[in-house]
Write a protein of this length. Structure first.
Length: 232
């Protein structure tokens, strides 16, 4: 299930505040919610390695706004950069703008100036802007120093990844949302087999769910081992 937003981008229904594990990122989550509620600065920059929850939080913010009949936009720049800077036009007429993967536009003069101008338009209209990248603003390699400065105007938070114990809890929580119970034994086995970030683990969990439904089998350790022979 997903929510359709402008530009044809779908939000994953599973990306919500309710199922975000904020064990190590409580402050970042609190400030983000203040930003979209217009109770704080109108911009926020999140950074961290893959799997730390950057995309999850941006999409959760959009889900929250859409639920209250507001119009957000989620822009994954890694997917939409090829469309040109026109994807940033008109966003200042919305209620929330979320820009993901900022690192992909670093070094592109057209994109940097377009983002700089968008930032200023949103600031003037007090429209919340959430941004995410793999590194801190001053490490993105931006050529436009004024843009680098703008990215740090609001809060800047490095997101921390989950340890294995928290990843298992997150997997079990997602399994419940999919309609089945995931034993700790199976969760640990998946973690051992797919030693990737949480996003990848959850993607594989969904694939496993589809496979079990198609086979009319419960998700047990023997079934998971059998399934892995078809996907590895």
């Amino acid at each position: 299930m997903s929510t359709q937003l402008p530009l044809g981008i779908n939000l994953q229904f599973s990306q919500s505040f309710a199922n975000y594990n904020a064990t190590f990122n409580h402050t970042a989550l609190l400030v983000l919610r203040q930003v979209i509620a217009r109770q704080s600065e109108n911009s926020l920059y999140l950074w961290g390695e893959s799997g730390t929850g950057k995309t999850h939080l941006l999409q959760a913010a959009c889900q929250e706004m859409a639920y209250f009949d507001q119009t957000p936009a989620y822009i994954p720049l890694s997917e939409l950069k090829s469309e040109g800077t026109m994807v940033l036009e008109g966003l200042d007429s919305l209620d929330l703008v979320c820009l993901d993967d900022l690192q992909v536009i670093a070094g592109s003069s057209d994109w940097e100036h377009a983002l700089f101008n968008l930032f200023n338009r949103l600031k003037d209209k007090n429209i919340p802007l959430l941004m995410a990248g793999k590194t801190a603003p001053n490490e993105l390699g931006l050529e436009l120093l004024d843009l680098e400065s703008r990215l740090s105007w609001g809060g800047v938070f490095k997101l921390q990844g989950l340890d294995n114990k928290e990843k298992i809890k997150a997997l079990q929580q997602h399994a419940k949302q999919l309609g089945f119970e995931l034993s700790e034994k199976v969760a640990r086995y998946l973690l051992k087999q797919f030693a990737y970030d949480l996003e990848t683990l959850i993607h594989q969990l969904r694939n496993l769910d589809y496979a079990s439904l198609a086979a009319h089998r419960k998700i047990t350790l023997p079934f998971v081992r059998q399934w892995l022979t078809t996907v590895k």
